[in-house]
Design a protein around this ligand. Structure first.
Ligand SMILES: NC(=O)c1ccc[n+]([C@@H]2O[C@H](COP(=O)([O-])OP(=O)(O)OC[C@H]3O[C@@H](n4cnc5c(N)ncnc54)[C@H](O)[C@@H]3O)[C@@H](O)[C@H]2O)c1
Ligand SMILES: [Zn+2]
Length: 353
């Protein structure tokens, strides 16, 4: 199968290229090599490469020539520096997706896999002992400043038990990036309806592993900790370190993409199917920092109490649908994956070890 992988020079995209090639497919890459993602010249994967922006319709049309399916990874990621980044996020992620979808419609390509994200859910699933499942709103800055990090029941203020979010949970994006990831899904669903296309969004959890970008404001938390350790510094853990996430290994995420691409001819057309893509083994950010520090042999983490307004407290996915329906089996366990990541290089960080 010939597959156009947008964002194929990025962290997850380059693992997808490797996985697709190993499975005998023919991937080609379209990537704008954004400076925020590639502060230095990247090691390009050894494949057909189109240096272009997904917002450039003519280049996208060129990239679609002879293609059976598209794996859309290109996006600006992370929380960014500040709100001034909003137009760039919306441009790359949403205008970019719209241009790509229009070109797909034009070229008659009917199979698309989208890099979705857990951020579309906002806060995770919470239960109040008195009010059942509730949806706490954004945490108040004054609570966060006072060190009260756990969201409370919006009705009675009780402490809540957090659980796993299913694909049918309502969307509640809490920042610009999350909003653009949700809009990508809505655009893709509209495309699938309009052209009777097959569209799947893999809502990735916190992806980590070799090749993760270094500590830019756009990088994930595992990467920031890894960079601190490489400098001989302690990982600085925000809040009280008790925020829960599901850290899923990049090779497992790449395998999920390959699986969906291979299954896509048999998947329902005319609608978007969503799959949570997490390891199923949630950990706190504090535990992750400790595991990395131990494996790296660096100083243990420091809990700082700092916070970022756009962050959510706990978000852990129920990824059983992807296992059940498509037989996906994540293979890299938490300890093994973190140990490898603590020792492996990050992108553009050869000098830092
Ligand atoms: N890393 C995670 O934990 C995570 C979690 C959930 C979802 N995702 C999604 O996975 C996808 C890949 O993320 P990543 O972590 O590999 O990030 P990355 O920054 O390493 O890769 C993204 C790639 O997209 C390219 N790109 C960005 N805008 C582009 C544009 N307008 N035109 C062409 N190329 C463009 C960048 O140059 C980069 O190579 C993104 O869609 C992201 O939203 C990532
Ligand atoms: Zn309550």
């Amino acid at each position: 199968m010939r597959v156009l992988v947008t964002g194929g020079a990025g962290f997850i995209g380059s693992h997808i290229i490797t996985t697709l090639r190993r499975a005998g497919h023919e991937p080609l890459v379209l990537d704008a090599l954004l400076p925020s993602a590639h502060p230095t010249a990247p090691d390009l994967p050894d494949v057909e490469f189109l240096h272009a922006d997904v917002r450039d319709a003519a280049s996208v049309r060129r990239g679609l020539h002879g293609v059976d399916a598209v794996c859309h990874q290109a996006a600006m990621v992370g929380l960014g520096k500040d709100f001034a980044d909003a137009p760039a996020y919306v441009g790359c992620n949403d205008l970019g997706t719209a241009v790509l979808l229009a070109a797909l419609a034009d070229a008659g390509v009917r199979r698309l896999v989208l890099a979705g994200s857990m951020v579309v859910y906002g806060e995770g699933r919470y239960e109040c002992p008195r009010h059942g499942v509730v949806r706490p709103g954004p945490r108040r800055p004054e609570d966060l400043e006072a060190g009260c990090f756990e969201p409370r029941c919006p009705v009675c203020g009780s402490e809540l038990a957090s659980g796993l979010v299913g694909e049918d949970a309502p969307a509640d994006p809490r920042n610009v990036y999350a909003t653009t990831k949700l809009a990508q899904e809505h655009l893709t669903a509209a495309w699938a309806r309009a052209v009777d296309g097959t569209a799947v969004s893999l809502r990735y959890h916190n992806v980590y592993g070799p090749g993760m970008p270094r500590d830019t404001p756009y990088a994930g938390v595992a990467s920031l900790f890894r960079s601190a350790l490489a400098r001989g510094e302690a990982p600085r853990v925000f809040e009280d370190g008790g925020q829960r996430r599901d850290f899923v290994h990049v090779r497992d995420v790449a395998a999920a993409n390959a699986l969906v691409l291979e299954a896509s001819a048999a998947l329902p057309a005319g609608a978007l199917t969503t799959y949570n893509t997490g390891s199923g083994d949630p950990h706190t950010v504090g535990e992750m920092a400790t595991a990395l520090a131990l494996a790296h042999g660096g100083p243990g983490p420091v809990v700082t109490g700092e916070f970022r307004l756009g962050d959510v407290r706990h978000i852990t996915a129920d990824s059983s649908r992807l296992r059940r329906e498509l037989g996906w089996r994540p293979e890299v366990g938490f300890e093994e994956g973190m140990t490898e990541f603590a020792r492996a290089g990050q992108r553009a960080s050869a000098a830092a070890g």
